[in-house]
Design a protein around this ligand. Structure first.
Ligand code: DGJ
Length: 688
């Protein structure tokens, strides 16, 4: 039983493997949050006691921890929904109108007491994944238009003492910087207003009560939305902290015509007493099993860092040959193959093959790539157009703009108004034609500037991304084997909205292996390593100018879905040989890396080690990194995780082997000793 219902007390419980979430309808007819925490087997002892203030100064409606507060009445905390009726009544007054439930879903029906306006709160239980999912559906059943000024997808409540909030901050080349701050008395707001992407904050919340990596209470949720989201954490004066996530109400307004409904993006959310590691496992397992395509991601070669915009058929064929020799399974040609695209200044929108660079079209390159036994992939940036392009000359009105203003340029490009049906159709047909004409197995879908001058309709921020998702889904329906990667100036589209439709994401344009260690670690808290594209690139790195040995660069990139982005035409024989060995090794451990559980291990030594472990069934692999050796140059004893206590394991280092029990490896630990700068090792641990 995953949905518990007590009709008499008007209480509802959502049970996962180890948690319980309880809500109910109270004496005022408000849908009240009751409990979120460890699993109980029944609702028997839960009560819906009336809420009283100490004096009449405190209004019960403002004190009630509502599941979905609306704007209206004596409510002064954050609300989730604000609508304007056509007679300019700008408040909602809802009443509970019943529920429907089946094995996995509970829907609480609410309706306005006067206007024909409905709100359905949907709860989905993913019991075996220890995860819940929520979304809201609103419906205008009146005969007039209703304006929706704000619609957040859900509100949650967490007991307020000793709470920390975590999210990402960052910018281009510096994504997924996890930060953690104490929740005190002021609101915490985190959001994106850029329309396309966000490197800066991310649509998830983590609230923990002094949790560690492996213990403690963690409440978390992640919104399935790319683009303009907002989240707020508000400690209330009444002993709990509320948290909301949803579409950003910044410059937002949605018109609901008579009879029209709107479903806001869903939030997956969960609770654990097992610390951040458990939170990550819950999210990763759900993403791998219920969202991402099952197959293992291929080892790719991408020529962007090697050749930039200067792509030429003969040189790409040479690169493809070297990539295949190493063991790459997919060759991706990045920006520059189309239109008059010789730099950032021109060509976006003109998705025809550049005849100077490819005199005989793409066919010779694709043929060569396929003859090497690889798949073929291509870069596009379909939501954009260059002023200097045929497409813009034909359709200057297709971009976001105002007639009376100069058009905003960023990265020398404009954003197409994808909310327009004709633009949406153009993009769909362009991609469909590319995939129908050529044997393309992989698309890297980029988006390199934010939206401005969004036009008259304030729902475009959302309609834009809704249409992008729709195009991707339709393309996948028609071309079911094609993998599609989401990219936005590096890691600007890392979110569960993107992962609901795309197959993986480009993590960051920062490919410096040392920087990547922390970017990848940040990524791993919320997002699965299977979706994390990671490349081995040249040294010194183009951003950091840091020189890092090839082995270390490979080891870091092997922690996600491996790619090579170096100029392999410049590799010497030793580098080619090493690359070949490491790609072969990656293929061996790939099922663990992409489909196993990921552990961030504690470095208990006084050295700068970083340890990460993957476990799947009877196998585990440990990645050990020592970016810089320092006094007193010691090894580390590292406690492994996720092994079987009662089994023996063979531990294979690069130059020796030991046998230990799972119990020993997890309680006493494994001795690892690296010496030097940018030292690294992959250690394999197999059940005997
Ligand atoms: C930004 C991406 O993050 C890069 O990997 C590359 O594809 C460039 N765009 C191409 O313009």
């Amino acid at each position: 039983m995953t949905i518990l219902v007590d009709i008499e007390k008007q209480l509802f419980g959502l049970q996962t493997k180890s948690s319980l979430y309880v809500l109910g309808v109270d004496q005022l007819g408000l849908v009240r949050h009751v409990y979120w925490g460890e699993r109980l087997e029944s609702l028997e002892y839960f009560e819906m006691n009336p809420i009283h203030g100490i004096t009449s100064n405190e209004r019960p409606i403002d004190m009630t921890p509502e599941e979905y507060p609306v704007f209206g009445g004596l409510r002064y905390k954050e609300h989730c929904l604000k609508v304007n009726f056509s007679d300019m009544t700008r408040e909602l007054v809802y009443r509970y109108a019943g529920f429907t439930a089946n094995d996995e879903t509970l829907v609480i029906h609410l309706e306005d007491v006067y206007y024909d306006f409905k709100i359905d709160l949907h709860y989905v239980v993913h019991e075996e994944y220890d995860l819940l999912e929520r979304f809201v559906r609103i419906k205008n059943d009146s005969t007039d238009v209703v304006e929706v000024e704000k619609i957040h997808s859900a509100q949650f409540h967490v007991p307020s003492e000793n709470l920390n909030f975590s999210n990402y901050h960052g910018h281009w080349g510096c994504e997924a910087r996890l930060y953690r701050e104490k929740v005190e008395f002021s609101k915490i707001v985190f959001e994106n207003r850029r329309g396309i992407s966000t490197h800066h904050h991310n649509p998830f919340f983590v609230l923990d009560k002094q949790a560690t990596e492996t213990s403690g209470e963690v409440y978390f949720g992640a919104l399935k939305l790319t683009g303009n989201f907002s989240g707020v954490v508000e400690p209330t004066p009444y002993g709990e902290t509320l948290v909301q996530l949803g579409i950003n109400s910044h410059d937002f307004c949605l018109s609901l015509e008579a009879g029209e409904e709107f479903v806001a993006p869903a939030i997956i959310y969960g609770y654990t007493t097992g610390g951040f590691e458990k939170m990550s496992h819950i999210l990763h397992r759900f993403a791998r099993s219920k969202m991402l395509r099952e197959e293992l991601r291929p080892v790719l070669y991408n020529s962007w860092e090697a050749t930039g915009f200067n792509v030429r058929c003969d040189e790409q064929i040479k690169l493809a040959h070297r990539a295949a020799l190493m063991g790459a399974e997919l060759f991706v040609i990045d920006d520059g193959w189309f239109g008059q695209r010789h730099g950032e200044e021109a060509g976006l929108g003109d998705w025809y093959v550049n005849p100077e660079k490819f005199p005989e079209g793409l066919a010779p390159l694709i043929k060569a790539v396929k003859a090497e036994g690889m798949k073929f992939g291509i870069w596009i940036e379909p939501e954009m157009v260059s002023p200097n392009s045929w497409l813009y000359q034909q359709h200057p009105d297709w971009i976001y703009h105002y007639e009376t203003r100069d058009n905003d340029l960023a990265r020398h490009q404009y954003v197409l108004n994808v909310a327009k049906p004709e633009v949406k159709q153009f993009i769909y047909e362009m991609i469909d034609e590319l995939l129908t004409t050529y044997e393309i197995d992989y698309i890297k879908w980029d988006a390199n500037r934010p939206i401005t001058q969004a036009g008259a309709k304030k729902d475009v921020w959302y309609r834009h991304i809704e249409n992008v998702y729709d195009i991707v889904r339709r393309i996948k329906d028609r071309h079911p084997t094609v993998l599609i990667e989401a990219c936005a100036s590096g890691g600007g589209r890392i979110d569960y909205g993107a992962l609901s439709v795309f197959d993986d994401v480009w993590t960051s344009d920062n490919t410096d292996a040392y920087d990547r260690l922390s970017i990848q670690k940040g990524f791993s808290y919320i997002y699965p390593t299977k979706a994390m594209r990671a490349w081995v690139t040249d040294s010194p790195n183009f951003i950091s100018r840091r020189e890092i040995p090839l082995l270390f660069r490979f080891h870091v990139a092997m922690m996600g879905s491996l790619g090579i982005g170096a100029n392999v035409l410049e590799f010497n024989e030793d580098e080619m040989e090493l690359s070949k060995e490491l790609i072969a090794e990656y293929k061996e451990i790939r099922p663990l890396i992409q489909d196993g559980d990921f552990y961030r291990l504690e470095n208990s030594s006084n050295q700068d080690y970083q340890f990460y472990q993957y476990v799947k069934d009877d196998e585990a692999v440990l990645f050990a990194f020592l970016p810089k050796t320092q006094l007193p140059h010691r090894g580390a004893r590292i406690k492994l995780r996720g092994l079987d206590r009662f089994s023996a394991y063979e531990v294979q280092f690069s130059n020796h082997q030991v046998k230990k029990s799972g119990d020993y490896l997890m309680k006493v630990g494994l001795d690892v000793f690296l010496l030097g700068d940018y030292e690294s090792e992959i250690i394999k641990i197999n059940k005997i």
